[in-house]
Design a protein around this ligand. Sequence first.
Ligand SMILES: Cc1cc2nc3c(=O)[nH]c(=O)nc-3n(C[C@H](O)[C@H](O)[C@H](O)COP(=O)(O)OP(=O)(O)OC[C@H]3O[C@@H](n4cnc5c(N)ncnc54)[C@H](O)[C@@H]3O)c2cc1C
Length: 324
Amino acid sequence: MVLEKNTICSGGSYPAGAFLAPKISKPSPYKNYLNDAFLFSTSFYKKAFPELFYQCGLKKIPLDETDIKRCKSYEPFIEFPYTKEKDNYFFPDAGIINPVKLCHALLKDIDVKENYHVKDIDNLSCKHLIIAVGSDKLPIEIPYIQTKNIAGYRYDVKFDHDTNQKFNIHKNLSISAYHNNGVAIGATHIKPNHLTNLKMQADNDTFGLLEKAQKLQPLKNLEVLKTYSGYRNATFDYFPIVGELIDHKCTLEKYPYIKTGAKVPTKKYDRIKGVYIHGALGSRGFVYAPYNAKLLTDLIIDNHDIQDNLSSVRLFKKWAKKLP
Ligand SMILES: Cc1cc2nc3c(=O)[nH]c(=O)nc-3n(C[C@H](O)[C@H](O)[C@H](O)COP(=O)(O)OP(=O)(O)OC[C@H]3O[C@@H](n4cnc5c(N)ncnc54)[C@H](O)[C@@H]3O)c2cc1C
């Protein structure tokens, strides 16, 4: 059962592009995770929702001379098929998906209670509870989960010969292939100190998204069809959070020396039984969410552990070390 305080796909998922792209970077746990998620999620969409996933490919254009060198040095670590034209990379496996249609399709056979605001989980009676509130406040007090909200806006547009737009393009912003009668342009990442009235900033294009798009590719007789805005929620290390929640009070009572950095096997940390989190999906929710949902299913059904750098373990450890 899904409890939703507004309506299906009314949160941060609604404004998403939603572009699905791999990452060119040096090998790191984050890059490995991102690319595993990309592989899993694109296969999942292709199999489960082929009519909603448009695998049109992505042309990635480096930002400048430094970025050209950076991308070149990382070529040996690119795990996905690509072709190169001058300094640009083309990833045929990348694509785009429609968030609203996807959310409705995912929830087709699920009991959904809309306009149901969960303010406190103590009143809920269930065996397994998954908290997935996006950029909203958690309905449980968990001091070690510290995340940030990053505002953004984007547009659906039309322009002359837009139907010729056959693939996504990404440089300092993304321009999608022609899809669902338009082209998506997105998105801004607005720093908290630059955020005033998000809707107004989106309506006025305060951060010059359309001007930047015109620089990337001339868009003749550009017309905005629809404006979207919303918030992403992210951790400070950009890994999402998935898995059972650590019970910070019980764990610290048992192992107070965790505060001084003592190594206690993380399996020994107490969990809040049956309470899970699935969130902090940042700017790539449509890449991460299906993969994380699979990890969560494997944990709940088959008791497969989730790696510490994805679970709430890392946030708890970091928080505990700062305690007096
Ligand atoms: C402008 C913009 C562009 C983006 N572009 C992309 C992109 O191109 N590619 C990509 O992969 N990602 C993109 N993202 C990120 C992506 O949209 C998010 O990472 C993802 O959708 C978050 O999903 P979620 O389910 O965690 O949160 P949400 O979609 O916000 O869902 C959480 C839901 O929980 C409900 N809720 C909250 N609190 C409660 C409560 N107490 N009780 C009941 N219900 C509650 C909310 O109403 C909401 O519907 C973009 C985001 C933005 C803002």
